[in-house]
Design a protein around this ligand. Structure first.
Ligand SMILES: O=c1ccn([C@H]2C[C@H](O)[C@@H](COP(=O)(O)OP(=O)(O)OP(=O)(O)O)O2)c(=O)[nH]1
Ligand SMILES: [Mg+2]
Length: 144
């Protein structure tokens, strides 16, 4: 599929790093680096503006390498980019480590997954079908 995109950053467009990757790595677009202190968060610009086809969304997900090595995650993970959004794509990073992390211009800070979604309608009801699970949840099936 093709997604119209305006690239106001000085970096290449997000891209798949391998042939069958689900996520395209997206880069920070910064005039100067951002320092994230422990537990600090920041809305990091990408310089990208897109027109996602109706019926699709773009999910903004953390990168496992940054998470493992530096405790960097995304506060609202997975972020949701709506098809009718025309603003700049931004990434809400958080530093969950005990050390400062510096976000450099051009750093691959997150990955974008394009996904289909339904637009549902509620059908008000007074009864629901019975299932084996019923109302059980939150560990009801045991811990092992
Ligand atoms: O990680 C994100 C999440 C959202 N957005 C943009 C695109 C999205 O379509 C819009 C609104 O996001 P969301 O619905 O998650 O935020 P909200 O707090 O509900 O704001 P709004 O009232 O504007 O919907 O913000 C981003 O750029 N990055
Ligand atoms: Mg919203």
């Amino acid at each position: 599929m093709r997604i119209p995109v305006i690239n106001r950053s000085h970096h290449p467009l997000p891209s798949y790093q391998t042939a069958h990757a689900a996520g395209m790595d997206v880069r920070a677009n910064l005039a100067e680096p951002i320092t994230l202190k422990p537990l600090q968060r920041a809305l990091v610009p990408t310089g990208l503006f897109m027109e996602i086809p109706v019926g699709y969304e773009v999910q903004v997900r953390p990168r496992s390498g940054l998470a493992y090595k530096h405790g960097i995650s995304i506060v609202n993970s997975p972020g949701t980019i709506d098809a009718d959004y025309r603003g700049e794509l931004k990434v809400l990073l958080v530093n969950l480590s005990a050390e400062d992390f510096i976000v450099q211009d051009g750093k691959r800070i997150a990955q974008l997954v394009v996904a289909r979604h339904e637009t549902a309608e509620w059908e008000p009801a007074t009864e629901l079908t019975e299932t084996e699970r019923g109302t059980g949840g939150y560990g009801s099936t045991g811990t092992k």
